[in-house]
Design a protein around this ligand. Structure first.
Ligand SMILES: [Zn+2]
Length: 144
């Protein structure tokens, strides 16, 4: 007899299709269903073979084409995984001014988030602008 998905199964699948990085705890909070239920439902969907895997989606546009001149747009589209290797240069833009970060990025960590900046003044300006949001996201992480 086929296994019929219920509302909970569907909600978990849809949530993971949007962002597969979420923890069971985060899905639990989002759907107001207990973490053990999310875990066991997820495991069942895996055992049924419906969820084959949760894989990252890589943005190959982030690769520094000035450093990796041999990587053509065409080969990136056809064989993205063959380009993922040690030493690959990933371009990072400042999360405040959007300028390219050429030196060691200044990092701001809050909760599970990290933001990157070209200089300490961009980091300070970002903190001032998003202070409230950063505070609530940091607190959320402490509840984990
Ligand atoms: Zn900046």
């Amino acid at each position: 007899m086929p296994h019929k998905l219920d509302k909970t199964d569907v909600a978990i699948i849809k949530s993971l299709m949007k962002d597969g990085r979420k923890s069971f705890r985060e899905i639990s909070r989002e759907l107001s269903i207990s973490t053990p239920t999310i875990k066991s439902r997820y495991q069942r969907l895996v055992n049924l073979g419906l969820i084959k895997s949760v894989s990252p989606i890589i943005d190959m546009k982030k690769i520094d084409k000035k450093i990796h001149k041999q990587i053509s747009e065409d080969s990136v589209i056809k064989t993205p995984e063959s380009h993922i290797q040690t030493g690959l240069a990933v371009n990072v833009n400042c999360d405040y001014c959007d300028g390219e970060i050429t030196s060691q990025p200044k990092v701001l960590k809050f909760g599970r988030y990290e933001r990157f900046f070209c200089c300490t003044s961009c980091r300070t300006l970002y903190k001032d602008k998003y202070g409230g949001r950063i505070n609530s996201l940091s607190k959320q992480n402490l509840e984990k």
